[in-house]
Design a protein around this ligand. Sequence first.
Ligand code: ACM
Ligand code: ZN
Length: 493
Amino acid sequence: MKSLSWIAAVAAVATAQAAVLPLVPAPQKISLTGGHAVSTNVIFRTEAYLPHEGYRLTIENDGATVASSDDAGAFYARQTLAQLPQPWPRLKIEDSPAYRWRGLHLDESRHFFGKDAVKALIARIAAHKLNVFHWHLTDDQGWRIDVPGYPELVKYGAVRSASPRRGTHPSRGSVAENAEALDGERYGPYWYSEADIREIVAYAAERHVTIVPEIELPGHVYAALAAYPRFACFPENLSARDPRTIWGIEKDVLCIGNGEAVAFMEDVLDYVCRVFPGGFVHIGGDECPADRWEVCGKCRAFREANGLSTAADQQAWVTRHFAEFLAERGRRAVGWDECLAGDVPESVVGMCWRDPGCAGAGQAILPPAEALRRGHELVMSPNSYCYLDYGQGLENDPLQYARRTLTLERAYGFDPCAGIPAELHGRVLGGQGDNWTEYTWNAEELDQKIWPRAAALAECLWTGPARPGFSDFTARLALLRGMQSAGGNSGAR
Ligand code: ACM
Ligand code: ZN
């Protein structure tokens, strides 16, 4: 177990390696040419043959020269410059990312952090050369996006009557059975307007971060059903018009046999395509129990009419339908790995979160190599390396966590291509860290959970197999944090 103060724990290592520069993630290639620059002038120039997002940075006596083939490369060179101590050492760096998708996910359904926290997070991930912000905007416990034509979504879906108290973990059973665990406090309404979203999208774009919005379907939709009970298989289950007040997996899901419910989700996704310009839209697909579908007359009739024999076929129909809907709007669907198991278009990007052997909600796991062979591209986010809601393995840690552990060292060991045959590596887009927020109540706690583990993941995704190793990483990290607390600037500019 490490002490809570990991900075202190690694300070000795940092001192022993005084020549180490505080660059996180580490560049692919760096050579120090001796001495320091006397100027902080920076010249930018375009060199078309350099890789997308890559750059070459040369620091001589008279300042820095940055070469890149695109704006993203110049941006990442600026992040590197911002991490260097002044006066700048003379050096040459040649750098480019190992992976295209370098992501961080944030669940704002369970707890809501708001525009300023989201912008601060985007700035910080960009400073670590991450380029995707996966924004989990809807789930059973809260709906966080105002959609024109559906005013009840924020009226009912963005506020819940209670939440689990700190120190409790209610996730199964009825609300009545969990009454002791609930705080009885109204949570919300919390949601984003179109103006908020456009502001955040623009802020992210300036930092070369693409936002991938997630609208969960067909499961994890209870907050939407609280707003529009008629879109559930059994509307009477939603008569309280209250999102789910305990954690866990909800059995009331979208009624696929109800054309109006499907049209509702189309309207939501159509709007999402209008306000989020990025190429990907995440449609969830995880943990969708079939209990209601099995006994719903409308769902059964729908299955029969469409030649679908099982609930798994019904879920595959959902994935196909919405993937095609998004494709018509020039977007690619991304889904959690459950949705890959059936007959779904190879254009669907799979987001693999379940470690092999993890049964999840009982849905089949398609092994990543098999999904790649079927033609899917994948984003790897296996929970035992990438779930930042897991405990950090620190002593006397005041934060509350989901029950498993992910240490900083293990996060640093993340390899998106682990166990995947080399000929399939090209279809692994990258990976991401995920922040589920059942046990994260505010932006400060969120920060403490994300960092420094997200910095370790950033190095896995940017530097990739060439990264220099965990003790080198922690030494650089300690220097960087030391520089930041002394007032140095390493935020994304
Ligand atoms: C997930 O953790 N249910 C994607
Ligand atoms: Zn139904």
